[in-house]
Design a protein around this ligand. Sequence first.
Ligand SMILES: [Zn+2]
Length: 136
Amino acid sequence: MIELTRESQHALSIPTMRCFRRKNQIVFNCPECGEMHYHGIPSAGHVTFGREPTGDDNGEGHRVSHCMVEGAFPNGYILKLDPDEQAIHDDQEGRIFSLEARIARLESKVAQNFNMEEKEIIKLKEKVEDFLYATD
Ligand SMILES: [Zn+2]
């Protein structure tokens, strides 16, 4: 993988996303669309896009954007694991807090009539309720 210098990252306006790890994925909550974007972390022995993972690949680095917002991140973004993000998402109350924050952001986007439908919010609210009351 090509390593970008701090200068070239800035010049290309490639933002760094603070991520956490969930299973074999590296994840962040997108500031553009409010959704979670999941990027796979190749496991040892699998060749992905021509690179041979060593098994200690943590998924960090430059990636093509998964964001559906038009024009967002034209040059992709840099994924970077963040211990604080990880702690939030490992902690149940932190996850609830983060889901609530996502709902609030989605609601404000709807208020701005920003390409987001009410049923998306209802879906997310149901997810929060599932999470809170699930007995599994
Ligand atoms: Zn996005």
